[in-house]
Every structure is written in structure tokens, then in C-alpha cells.
Design a protein around this ligand. Structure first.
Ligand SMILES: *Cc1c(COP(=O)(O)O)cnc(C)c1O
Length: 421
């Protein structure tokens, strides 16, 4: 459920009419609903209660500092995968003890940043990382709280680019080697082992892969405890999928996911963390674009938008589907026609949808891409020197630009011409 509905024939974000935002901000832009973000965060906290838990928002899915502040103020933790994201979480006012640091390639500089600024735990992904972290911690006179990310070798049955829990993926250590690696961790002077981490992929539309993974983690917990490790926290990752089409998809609900977690790990008495990104942010955002031209092609019509692959890369990168709807609601039973929906970028890959049935549209009309809150703005670039797409946050009847569209002067001033040229 989200808070983007037609009212009197006009698409709204909560109580704000999308055309009003477009008039002030220009298109394209992203718009997020505070109510949807809040609701999704609460779905998870309710699903996990009364287990001791922390819901850590995976901020790589949507990292605007205003959004992080909104979620942080509700009590959310944050899952960060870079020093930059760590800085964002801190800038949003999230205390270090609610930030977990994931990622396969943490640098020593990033470790230092988090150890001095405050960190809940590092989710360590390899032995070299473990040794580096111990060295950095010792040099600072502290110990680093860690979990080790294990790779449970389960098939998440999702898009190959976002499956992370098979043994051929670069993530984590093989679960079969866990005893050995935990033993090494326990010997390192700068490391304090506190738990286990697992994350098997993104946009999972079934619960079984989670169940397989969590049962393996539960077994591992018992084994590591028997080997003398104080396993008291389980980070169960993110990855719960969302419906990208209104009609035919019904991914599992957070309630069912929460019940699964309780069923598989609650008897261990561990504190549980989860790291949802997409399920909190995905359906909390729209990308709004304007129609530049309707071009009649050979056997097909092209809807040429002012948004392009640089603003929303998911269709060209993952073949992802986004529902595209007119901002002015077409009257009931009005005709539709198939459009190839494209952007202005000079690549055939700059195609959002092929032969998509949409109500008849004309130059200057507005359309909205649904479910664009996650992995949308964060993956945007300035390819073709198209200014980075702005972001807007709505709450009730208020809206604010939370990231401005840069001016062309700002863009050009980032480049410098060497004196010797
Ligand atoms: C990407 C990622 C997540 C979030 O995945 P979603 O599918 O957005 O929920 C969580 N944890 C880790 C380690 C990740 O890399």
C-alpha cells in the first residue's frame, strides 16, 4: 500500500497534487511519501515484536539525508555499505550504536571513520578484512564489534545481478568454513565477536530461500556457541521483494516474514536485526516525468519523456518493470494504446517499456513511474550532462525539495582545465 492516489482525477502524493510539485520543481523529479516510509518501517517493527530487534534501513536503496532523518527519528537503525553512507546516517542524526557497516570492500579509512564515530557492528565479509579491522581497532585502542557474513549457498531465485547467497557470489564466507574463521576472529586482539550475518539477495518474492538460510544460521549459532563463541546477535539481512505491478505479483508480507523469523531463530534468544531497503523505500517513491514528444514510428509510437536511463536505470540495467501512469487520471473506459516509452539519451538501452498500454498522451502531459523510491535516485547519474534528478519529500499537505536540481554552472564548474592545456 502507498499514499499515491488519484483525487478528483489528479494523482496526489498524500495531500499534495503532483502537478503542483511539477510546477515548482520542473520535471523530472522523484517524490517520496513520508506516510508510506513510516508505515513500511512500522510493518517491520510490528512483525518482529516482541523479539528484541532493530530494523536497520539499507540506505543504499534511498539515501537522501531527509529520508534518513525521518526513519532515524522513528527509531530505525541504518545499514551502510560505504564511508559516504556512514556520513549520511550520521548527518541525519542517527547515533553510531544504531549503524551497522556491511560491504565486501571496506577500506581501513572507512573502518577508522566508523570506529571513531561510533558503530553498532561491522558485518565482516572475509578473513583479510577481519585482520585489517583488528589492526585498525588496535591502532585506535578499541575493539571492533563484529558479525561475520556467512554465505549459506541458497538460491534466492531472484535476478542474477542481485542474488548474493550462492557460493559463486562474492559475498560472505562459505558457511562450511565458519568455525575456522570465527576461531581466527576470536584470537584477534582488535575484534569482539558478537553475532552472525546473512543476506541472500534482493527482490525475493518467496519465503523459502529465507527459511533455508535462517535455518542454516540457527544451526550455525548452536555450533559456534558450542565452540565457545558468545553469539548474541543475528543480522538476517534485507531482500524482501515488493510488487512492481499492481496486478499479478503478491510477494510475501512483512508479517509472514516476521513469523518466519520467529519460527526459525527466536528460540536462540538472540537480538535480531534485519536490513530491509526496497520494502521500506520502493513503493514510497514516484519518478515524475513530462512528455517531450509523441513520435509516430514504424508500427509503433514512441513516448519520449524528459526522464531517461540516467535518472532511473533499473529498466535498462535489470530489465525491471515499473508501472507508468498518467498524472491526470484518464476517464473510465477511455482508450489506451501501446507506447514504447523512452528517454532522450543516445542509447537504445534508454527504454523504459516496450509496447506498454497507456491512455493516450500528448506533449506536455505528466506521467509517473510507480515503485521508484528504491534504487532510483541513488543510482542516478549525469550521463549526457543531464542534471542530477531532484528529490521531493511530502508529508500531509506539505512538500519540500530535499535535493535540488544542480544548475549547469554547478555542473560545469566541477570540471577543471589544467593550466598546461
Ligand atoms: C542491498 C542490501 C540490503 C537491502 O536489500 P533490499 O533488497 O533493498 O532489502 C541489505 N543488506 C545488505 C548487506 C545489502 O547489500
Amino acid at each position: 500500500m502507498d499514499h499515491f492516489l488519484y483525487r478528483n482525477g489528479i494523482l496526489h502524493a498524500e495531500d499534495v497534487a503532483i502537478p503542483d510539485i511539477a510546477a515548482q520543481v520542473g520535471t523530472p523529479f522523484y517524490v517520496y511519501s513520508a506516510a508510506t516510509l513510516t508505515r513500511h518501517y512500522h510493518l517491520f517493527t510490528e512483525a518482529l515484536s516482541p523479539l528484541p530487534h532493530l530494523v536497520c534501513f539499507a540506505i543504499k536503496s534511498l539515501s537522501n539525508v531527509a529520508v534518513l532523518k525521518l526513519l532515524g527519528d522513528l527509531g530505525a537503525g541504518m545499514d551502510v555499505v560505504s564511508g559516504g553512507e556512514y556520513r549520511r546516517a550520521r548527518a541525519a542524526g542517527v547515533p553510531g550504536d544504531r549503524i551497522v557497516f556491511s560491504g565486501v570492500g571496506k577500506t581501513r579509512e572507512e573502518m577508522r571513520l566508523a570506529l571513531t564515530g561510533g558503530i553498532r557492528q561491522f558485518n565482516v565479509e572475509s578473513e583479510p578484512e577481519l585482520r585489517a579491522l583488528s589492526e585498525v581497532a588496535v591502532s585506535l585502542g578499541v575493539t571492533a564489534p563484529i558479525t561475520i557474513r556467512v554465505n549459506p549457498d541458497v538460491d534466492a531465485r531472484t535476478h542474477e545481478k542481485i542474488a548474493t547467497g550462492k557460493k559463486e557470489n562474492k559475498f560472505g564466507i562459505p558457511i562450511a568454513r565458519a568455525s575456522e574463521v570465527y576461531a581466527e576472529a576470536a584470537r584477534l586482539p582488535g575484534i569482539e565477536v558478537i553475532g552472525i550475518d546473512v543476506h541472500i539477495g534482493s527482490q525475493l518474492t518467496e519465503l523459502e530461500p529465507f527459511e533455508q538460510a535462517y535455518l542454516k544460521v540457527a544451526d550455525l549459532t548452536r555450533r559456534l556457541r558450542a565452540e565457545g563463541h558468545d553469539i548474541r546477535r543475528l543480522d538476517l539481512g534485507g531482500g524482501l521483494g515488493i510488487p512492481y505491478t499492481r496486478s499479478n505479483e503478491a510477494p510475501p508480507l512483512p508479517t509472514d516474514y516476521g513469523a518466519l523469523i520467529k519460527r526459525t531463530v527466536s528460540d536462540l534468544g538472540c537480538e535480531v536485526e534485519i536490513e530491509p531497503g526496497r520494502l521500506i523505500s520502493g513503493n514510497a517513491g514516484l519518478l515524475v516525468a513530462g512528455v517531450i514528444y509523441v513520435k509516430n514510428g514504424e508500427g509503433r509510437d514512441f513516448l519520449i519523456l524528459d526522464a531517461a536511463m540516467n535518472d532511473l536505470v533499473r529498466p535498462s540495467m535489470y530489465g525491471a518493470h515499473h508501472d507508468i501512469v498518467p498524472v491526470l487520471e484518464p476517464p473510465a473506459a477511455s482508450p489506451t494504446q501501446p507506447y514504447d516509452v523512452v528517454g532522450p539519451v543516445c542509447e537504445t538501452g534508454d527504454t523504459f517499456a516496450k509496447a506498454r498500454e497507456i491512455a493516450l498522451l500528448a506533449e506536455g502531459d505528466l506521467v509517473a513511474f510507480r515503485s521508484a523510491g528504491a534504487y532510483g535516485a541513488v543510482m542516478a547519474s549525469e550521463y549526457n550532462t543531464r542534471p542530477l534528478v531532484p528529490e521531493v519529500l511530502v508529508r500531509g499537505d506539505q512538500f519540500a525539495v530535499i535535493r535540488e536540481r544542480p544548475s549547469f554552472d554547478e555542473i560545469l564548474n566541477r570540471d577543471t582545465i589544467p593550466a598546461w592545456l
